[in-house]
Design a protein around this ligand. Structure first.
Ligand code: GUN
Length: 317
């Protein structure tokens, strides 16, 4: 082992002694498996009531990463008992053809959830496609109607990765109400909806981004710190308040080809109270929440409340 690594290990050990902290590792793989099993029970109940929940995934083009994601989603959905269809369209598909495909799925009563895998090939208007999806079938929670429902605190479908973050906190016994949550990143897929979900759970929320001044100082205020930036090792130990819960939504490739998050895992583990690893933390929750959203959409399509999460608080105070 090199001097540098030994030196870093010694630093981590010293920090552990100083803070007395060794973070509890939040096992997203295990929690996601438990959630998928619960969803499978809900699916079986709906099937008993005569509804087989259906998920259709639309994949346009041949992006290798998207193909892997879609295959994983299909497998997980099939294993949980959903009726799964994948529509593969060539990269040359026109906007009109894609809109037509979405319209057909909107009209198909056997389809309860529609997911159009993003990003779309260049030349296709993602925003228009997302808006074309029936909001009640929008299991990604990206339609403006669902974004509005989230902000307004009414019942809708919530984006999967942020919903998975809340589930990880809840199932790890991390209290949210009244605590200061700092979210680094403001994307429509993660940062913005997560801030809303945390607010709905009565956290005090700060959203940081690339123009935020003194990011380390802002992060140090967090009881719950979430990084969703996509920058390897951005969050260092001295950015973290001792005992904080740290969720890492980043997925980055290291020089050695391995995946790693936004959080410098080893050193932050010596300070934080809870931490999610990458891989095996937030990532596995995304598909589990997609399945739960699809179950919720199917149940609501028949006015059943099965599997439906409670509406977030709309208390303005
Ligand atoms: N591509 C990467 N993540 C996602 C996601 O959550 N939903 C969709 N539709 N596409 C994605």
């Amino acid at each position: 082992m090199s001097q540098v690594v030994q030196g870093k290990g010694a630093d981590d050990a010293a920090r552990k002694l100083e803070t007395g902290m060794t973070a509890k590792r939040i096992d997203g793989k295990a929690i996601a498996a438990q959630l998928r099993a619960e969803v499978a029970e809900g699916v079986a109940e709906l099937v008993q009531l005569g509804v087989r929940p259906g998920l259709t995934v639309v994949l346009v083009g041949e992006d290798p990463a998207s193909q892997v994601y879609v295959r994983n989603k299909d497998r997980a959905a099939e294993a949980a008992g959903f009726l799964v269809r994948t529509i593969k369209l060539p990269a040359e598909t026109t906007q009109a053809e894609l809109m037509e495909a979405v319209a057909k799925l909107n009209a198909d009563a056997s389809v309860h959830g529609i997911l159009v895998q993003l990003p779309l090939p260049r030349g296709l208007d993602e925003d228009a496609v997302v808006r074309a999806i029936d909001p009640d079938k929008d299991v990604d929670g990206l339609h403006p109607e669902n974004v509005a429902r989230l902000v307004m605190g009414s019942e809708g479908l919530v984006p999967c990765t942020p919903a998975g973050c809340i589930e990880l906190l809840d199932r790890s016994g991390v209290e949210i109400e009244g605590r200061h949550a700092v979210v680094v990143g403001r994307s429509m897929l993660v940062g913005k909806p997560l801030a809303q979900l945390l607010l709905a759970r009565n956290a005090t929320v700060t959203t940081c981004h690339s123009r935020s001044r003194d990011l380390p100082a802002l992060c140090r205020q967090a009881d719950i710190l979430v990084s969703a930036v996509g920058r390897l090792g951005l969050i260092r130990a001295d950015w973290v308040r001792p005992g904080a819960a740290v969720l890492d939504v980043g997925i980055n490739r290291r020089e050695d080809g391995k995946l790693a998050g936004d959080v410098a895992y080893e050193e932050v583990s010596a300070v934080a109270g809870f931490i999610t690893p990458v891989p095996g933390g937030v990532g596995p929750m995304t598909i589990a929440m997609l399945l739960r959203n699809t179950l919720t959409a199917a149940a609501r399509s028949r006015d059943l409340e099965l599997g439906a999460p409670k509406a977030p608080s709309s208390d303005p105070s």
